[in-house]
Design a protein around this ligand. Sequence first.
Ligand code: NI
Length: 143
Amino acid sequence: MIFITRRERFNAAHRLFRQDYTDEKNLEVFGKCSNPNWHGHNYILYVTVKGEVNQETGFLINLKELSKVINLHVIEKVDHKNINLEVDFMKGKLASTENLAISIWDELDLPLQRLNAMLHSVKIYESENNIVEYLGPKINFGS
Ligand code: NI
């Protein structure tokens, strides 16, 4: 089993809030990310896939192909967008980095399987200090 990671970047706006909270309560729970007039982050996305090396190519996956899939299914949909208002796969969800990581996993899972690569993790740096990593709906110990 070998792992390979592709890094992609995007910037996007969001707001963390609940409609059933007052602005004060939203500020208390979500901090600066609850700003009613939105704000942005420079997100860095790390997508790690795993599998076996193809003996013919020496690759697990062609990194150009991996990048193409990530760009088509994720980056083009979120880059320079408002995550709350414009991103189809985040519709109706709280625009947290946790939910973003889970939704990005769901976007990439099938297209990557079609390339014979198994998704291992989706890691998002919302900032230098705030990092979320999702290892999928179930972790297969010992696989
Ligand atoms: Ni924020």
